[in-house]
Design a protein around this ligand. Structure first.
Ligand SMILES: C[S@@+](CC[C@H](N)C(=O)[O-])C[C@H]1O[C@@H](n2cnc3c(N)ncnc32)[C@H](O)[C@@H]1O
Length: 184
């Protein structure tokens, strides 16, 4: 992809491990917004989460599926219980209906995908997930936070990879205190 710089997956893995070991969570469902090659969905599956990745670009989704298939077939995983078999990838839009209206800039890359939202297909809503991961394009991290804050369940976590050495964690506070708690 033009100008795409891959995320620091070792850092994301480290962050997810820390969350898994030390951060209270509401459940085991993990959602990757815009999964691309599905590396992070694979890592989450590897850690035992029920992971779903949503991707708008069909070509990337195919690559993501290859990643998960190859991962499953790697010989060394065959003797390990926690293989990423609990990973599902969906072609669709990760923005719930109406979420576009939270954007203050109509040119944000997450907007304008001519695809239906993916939640109906998986039979889950955004507030069914306890962890959402995104790697926003530059300038749209605030928009992702707004969408998460509007549609996620109270207590859910948003993990964002925003660039080298910049992984952010927010928790949606309960509705009486409508603000995200942040950790960097
Ligand atoms: C910066 S890339 C991150 C890819 C992957 N999450 C990673 O960490 O390597 C953003 C991805 O989100 C996808 N995307 C952007 N907006 C989307 C939307 N509204 N619905 C689904 N996928 C979207 C893009 O096609 C792209 O694959």
């Amino acid at each position: 992809m033009e100008q795409f710089v891959a995320g620091d997956y070792a850092l994301v893995w480290q962050t997810l491990q820390w969350i898994t070991d030390s951060v209270p969570r509401t459940g085991q469902r993990f959602l990757e917004w815009g999964c691309g090659f599905a590396v992070v969905s694979g890592l989450a599956g590897e850690m035992g989460y029920d992971a779903i990745g949503i991707e708008a670009e069909a070509d990337l989704l195919q690559e993501g599926m290859k990643t998960i298939e190859q991962w499953k077939s790697i010989e060394q995983w065959k003797s390990i219980d926690s293989r990423p078999t609990n990973v599902e990838l969906i072609h669709g839009n990760f923005l719930p209906p109406g979420a576009d209206s939270l954007a203050d800039d109509p040119t944000l890359p997450s907007l304008g995908h001519p695809l239906p939202e993916a939640y109906s297909e998986i039979g889950l809503n955004l507030d069914d997930f306890s962890i959402v991961y995104s790697y926003p394009w530059p300038g749209e991290d605030d928009f992702h936070e707004l969408v998460f804050d509007r549609y996620a369940e109270s207590g859910a976590l948003l993990v964002q990879f925003c660039g080298p050495n910049d992984v952010r964690l927010c928790r949606k506070a309960n509705s009486s205190n409508h603000a995200l708690n942040r950790a960097y």
